[in-house]
Design a protein around this ligand. Structure first.
Ligand code: GDP
Ligand code: MG
Length: 168
């Protein structure tokens, strides 16, 4: 039996928690000052979906997202996508549509989720719940509110993507 492997790209403005999310999901750790491991393109985790082994390969960026320097190699062959922003970063919320567009331009329509991260900081939120829901509805994206710090709903994000991909 051939195992299913899914390349997942995680996009969004800098500092929204993309690297932390990948580390959390694949290694089970959270650190305050995560630095990308030089030379590592992706981390992976294997899960079972409907009795099938699925290998999720989570691609991290080199932290150059603000300079639009993410190379085509990063997107190449991507089968699923996380568009992430932070509840305490207004610019990152407003950049969501651009990130989705960029992914679609490179690889077409793929399984995608919208993730609002850092919900543990909800007291400092600069995005209202209504705005967030409205955006998710408008972009027609499955929407998760996560805290990578507290490990809230992180697993659900990637399980959803695997299920959606397998259902295609
Ligand atoms: P990236 O630039 O999108 O890869 O963001 P990082 O993963 O480097 O995270 C940026 C900062 O946000 C780091 O200090 C993380 O520890 C912090 N961070 C990530 N996720 C969360 C979260 O859910 N809650 C809180 N409070 N901080 C987070
Ligand atoms: Mg990063």
């Amino acid at each position: 039996e051939v195992e299913t492997a899914i390349k997942v790209v995680v996009v969004g403005n800098g500092a929204v928690g993309k690297s932390s999310m990948i580390q959390r999901y694949c290694k089970g750790i959270f650190t305050k000052d995560y630095k990308k491991t030089i030379g590592v393109d992706f981390l992976e985790r294997q899960i079972e979906v409907n009795g099938e082994d699925v290998r999720l390969m989570l691609w991290d960026t080199a932290g150059q997202e603000e300079f639009d320097a993410i190379t085509k190699a990063y997107y190449r062959g991507a089968q699923a996508c996380v568009v992430a922003y932070s509840i305490v970063d207004r610019d990152s919320f407003e950049a969501v549509e651009e990130w989705k567009k960029k992914v679609n331009e490179e690889v077409g329509e793929i399984a995608t989720v919208l993730v609002q991260n850092k919900i543990d900081l909800v007291d400092e939120a600069v995005v209202t719940a209504e705005e967030a829901e409205e955006q998710a509805t408008r972009l027609n994206l499955k929407f998760y509110k996560t805290s990578v710090k507290d490990n809230t709903y992180v697993d659900d994000v990637f399980r959803f993507l695997a299920e959606r991909y397998l259902a295609e």
